[in-house]
Design a binder for this molecule. Sequence first.
Ligand SMILES: *[C@@H]1O[C@H](CO)[C@@H](O)[C@H](O)[C@H]1NC(C)=O
Ligand SMILES: *[C@@H]1O[C@H](CO)[C@@H](O)[C@H](O)[C@H]1NC(C)=O
Ligand SMILES: *[C@@H]1O[C@H](CO)[C@@H](O)[C@H](O)[C@H]1NC(C)=O
Ligand SMILES: *[C@@H]1O[C@H](CO)[C@@H](O)[C@H](O)[C@H]1NC(C)=O
Ligand SMILES: *[C@@H]1O[C@H](CO)[C@@H](O)[C@H](O)[C@H]1NC(C)=O
Ligand SMILES: *[C@@H]1O[C@H](CO)[C@@H](O)[C@H](O)[C@H]1NC(C)=O
Ligand SMILES: *[C@@H]1O[C@H](CO)[C@@H](O)[C@H](O)[C@H]1NC(C)=O
Ligand SMILES: *[C@@H]1O[C@H](CO)[C@@H](O)[C@H](O)[C@H]1NC(C)=O
Length: 542
Amino acid sequence: MMPNGAWLCWASLLLLVRPTQPCPSGCDCFVHKVFCSDENLAAIPPDVPPGTTDLVFVETSFLEVGPWAFSSSPNLTKLVFLNTQLWRFEPDALRGLPGLRDLEVTGSTFTLSDHTFANLTSLGQLTLSFDALDALPEDLFLGLDALESLQLQGNQLQTLPWRIFRPLQHLKSLDLGQNHLAWLPEGLLYPLSSLQSLRLSDNRLSQGLRPGIFAHLGSLQELFLDGNAIRELPPRLFSGLFHLERLWLQHNAIHHLPATIFSDLRNLTALSLQGNALQTLPAGLFTCTPHLRSLSLSHNQLVMFADGAFANLSSLEFLAASHNAIAQLPAGLFRDLQALLQLHLGSNNLTALPSGLFHNLSSLELLNLSRNQLSTLPAGLFNTNYNLFNLALHGNPWHCDCHLAWLSGWLRLWSDQLLHTRTYCARPAHLRGQVVPTLREEQLVCPVSGHPGPDHRLAGVGWDAVVADRAARSRCTYSNTEGTVVLACDEGQCRWLNVQLSPRQGEGFLAMMFNASQGWDLKSSCGSVRVTVSLRAQAVGP
Ligand SMILES: *[C@@H]1O[C@H](CO)[C@@H](O)[C@H](O)[C@H]1NC(C)=O
Ligand SMILES: *[C@@H]1O[C@H](CO)[C@@H](O)[C@H](O)[C@H]1NC(C)=O
Ligand SMILES: *[C@@H]1O[C@H](CO)[C@@H](O)[C@H](O)[C@H]1NC(C)=O
Ligand SMILES: *[C@@H]1O[C@H](CO)[C@@H](O)[C@H](O)[C@H]1NC(C)=O
Ligand SMILES: *[C@@H]1O[C@H](CO)[C@@H](O)[C@H](O)[C@H]1NC(C)=O
Ligand SMILES: *[C@@H]1O[C@H](CO)[C@@H](O)[C@H](O)[C@H]1NC(C)=O
Ligand SMILES: *[C@@H]1O[C@H](CO)[C@@H](O)[C@H](O)[C@H]1NC(C)=O
Ligand SMILES: *[C@@H]1O[C@H](CO)[C@@H](O)[C@H](O)[C@H]1NC(C)=O
């Protein structure tokens, strides 16, 4: 046994020696890590410390890596060449590295041979990005049985040898984005039965997607096909992808979707079709994807949705359909979307909305109706959207008469005024350019006439609208100063009481206990009332 004193002495000797431990010139050495970023470094330094695990070259100028170049660093697990002048590994350059797990060559103009990576049996991650590669040898990956991640983005690949991925049965992530791929050979992806993420973004795929190309990717969770030139999807293109959770199809030229295209994607949670050329959606498109949480249909040419287009999407939290040409929405369109948090309908051609349209959207926090052709909205449209804090209405030709009085009041009470500084009246002439929520109730009037003439157009709208119209004319909306208790009455009776017991943005906290009673003095331009609310909680069941 070494006596304590001697141990201390040996340890301090070690500390003294450390700074003078050799580090190759042009490099910085840390514990087991060496970074070489000297642009004058014209060869792999021969004196890399033997225990090195990570070796990184940045912007160095050597062109080649010779045979057995790293054999004096047998513990190397990570080797990186970043924006270097390297263009070739000589044969056997990477021999003697049985423990190498991570190899990256990014930003080089680089050529490869069949044997460049031979015998790297531990390699788990291989990155060859932005290397101007225009072809890959068929046997390049032979022996890379442990490879889980292969990143080939940003090259100039136009196609791939169809047998190239055969050795990669454990591959989980493959990135082929930003290449020039116009078609994929049949069978190319068949061996990749463990693949979870496949990126084909920003290529030139158009008609080149064959029906069975993805059929063997039973583990796939995420598929990127965005930024291509895809016009049509074969009906069974995604069949068998039972684990797929995210599908990115944005920025293509898809003008038609087969009705069953998504019907195997039972676990799909996110789908983007943004930036395509869709004019309609086939009926039942989403019936088999009930777990969808995010759906983007923005920037298409949609003119309408069929009733039931979003049936079953009871987990949907985000729905974007802005920048289309939608003119009408069926009353029950959003019926099943109880979980919806954001609804984007801006930049469309909407002229009117059905009164119950947002009725079931009790979670809704953001609604964008800006840049449409709306001149009025049915009274009480947002009555059940208790969490709607973010409402965009600007860019519509609002007709500021008695029919809009409820909206002006609602915006004052419930909505952040800063959101509505550009929500202007277009009519009548004397109110043009006024901001809707700043108008007083007595400014929002309808022309009085002895006969029902001007209101004839209400006949087809139904009873609700007529009642709303009457109420708007003679209605008083009473509220406390915090706006947390609101009572709406017409001449004869009070029809609507809303007591907010949870805190709202920027307002004081209100809460009631079980079996409690509380009173409020409410004011309006018609006068004031006192409201008392009593709660009695009773146990139910056993
Ligand atoms: C390589 O790693 C092993 C185990 O971690 C260690 O025993 C050995 O000393 C290291 N080799 C060098 C040259 O540092
Ligand atoms: C792979 O390693 C084996 C034995 O270690 C060797 O015989 C063979 O030549 C190597 N293959 C290549 C292509 O380097
Ligand atoms: C869908 O996902 C759930 C949990 O995320 C998983 O348990 C289930 O097996 C998946 N179903 C399919 C068909 O992949
Ligand atoms: C989808 O909705 C239909 C009726 O609208 C219903 O019969 C079916 O069970 C629903 N499917 C799922 C998976 O929720
Ligand atoms: C909007 O609808 C009007 C008719 O209601 C139509 O004339 C116009 O072309 C539509 N605009 C777009 C962009 O579809
Ligand atoms: C709200 O959803 C329920 C089912 O969850 C449905 O029965 C009802 O018709 C929906 N209401 C509206 C106004 O769509
Ligand atoms: C609402 O949509 C318009 C485009 O129609 C967009 O300019 C605006 O940023 C959106 N607002 C919000 C809050 O999303
Ligand atoms: C409220 O009062 C009722 C009787 O009026 C009683 O049965 C109930 O237990 C009370 N609840 C609470 C939570 O105190």
